[in-house]
Write a protein that binds this ligand. Structure first.
Ligand code: BJW
Ligand code: ZN
Length: 242
């Protein structure tokens, strides 16, 4: 094990309050495409062209086709060693660990994390744009595209799009944990989407030590005491003491 990994492992063991902010990169080894970088495009669309209320208003069927495709991939995927290591860290550290995720795929829940803070919603939820009803919907593929609510209104995915506010209670939990953190780990995120990426800056300003786990550099690497360049599924299991 290299010395940077050993050093982060010691910090993880000794820090009373740890936050992990995860992104699409933790699910990459489960076969789920990331948003940006290689393989991050769908039919040449960028996420900024599909994950917006304007895109949905213009062409709900196109947006739902993208979500239907992703739901199919996610349904067939399973948590990887990175997800399992994060569940293990939560079991060991208890209330001293908060998992905050930008992912909507539910793989942290399936790996055993009890209450991940979901900043960008859940791909298995739908919300009616007319009556607001939120429903769990696991139909893959969806029979009716775009799907409709019993009230006749259009259903949208229960996720957070660009220009939309994050769920207030989840955001509050994430901010509180980040301000109190001694150690803040950015794992598998390009750290370009705000306000999620801003949690690391908040934690750093409040005195937390920062670690980045990613095969690529990110704009927040400058804040980091540790930059572990590699795959989350390979690095995270090494951070757990035997
Ligand atoms: C591995 C790996 C392996 C690969 N192991 N790593 C400040 C400045 C400029 C703009 C803004 C700002 N503040 C807010 C904004 C606007 C906007 C924004 O941030 N834009 C920027 C892109 C410029 N933010 C918003 O609009 C947010 N809302 C908001 O601010 O509300 C207030 C407001 C209201 C009204 C008006 C204005 C403001 C909402 C953001 C919602 C983001 N939604 C999405 C879609 C969610 C639903 C869905 O899944 O479809 O969330 S977009 C997409 O990006 C998704 C992700 O959660 C999010 C982050 O992406 P992530 O997870 O980092 O993935 P990638 O693909 O970018 O990176 C993967 C990384 O993994 C890479 O680095 C790889 O190297 C790495 N990797 N394999 C470890 N094995
Ligand atoms: Zn409805």
């Amino acid at each position: 094990m290299n010395s940077e990994v050993a050093s982060l492992r010691a910090a993880l063991r000794e820090s009373p309050a740890v936050v992990a902010l995860t992104g699409a990169g933790v699910s990459a080894e489960s076969g789920i495409p990331t948003f940006r970088g290689a393989g991050g495009l769908w039919r040449t669309f960028r996420p900024e062209q599909l994950a917006t209320p304007e895109a949905f208003a213009r062409d709900p069927r196109l947006v739902w086709e993208w979500y239907d495709w992703r739901r199919g991939i996610i349904q067939r995927a399973a948590p990887n060693p990175g997800h399992r290591a994060l569940a293990d860290i939560e079991r060991r550290k208890g209330d001293g660990f908060t998992l905050v995720t930008q992912n909507v795929d539910g793989l942290h829940d399936r790996a055993g994390n009890r209450r991940p803070v979901k900043l960008h919603g859940d791909i298995w939820q739908t919300r009616c744009i007319r009556c607001g009803t939120v429903t769990l919907n696991r139909e893959v593929p969806l029979v009716l595209l775009p799907p409709r609510c019993p009230c006749g209104g259009l259903l949208r995915p229960g996720v957070v799009w660009f220009g939309e506010s994050l769920p207030p209670l989840e955001w509050q939990r994430a901010v509180e944990a980040s301000r109190q953190a001694d150690l803040f780990m950015l794992i598998g995120t390009s750290a370009v989407v705000y306000p999620a990426a801003g949690l690391a800056e908040m934690a750093h300003e409040a005195g937390a030590r920062i670690a980045v786990i990613n095969p690529e550099r990110t704009p927040l690497c400058g804040l980091a005491e540790w930059t572990l360049e590699g795959a989350a599924g390979e690095i995270l299991p090494n951070l757990i003491s035997p």
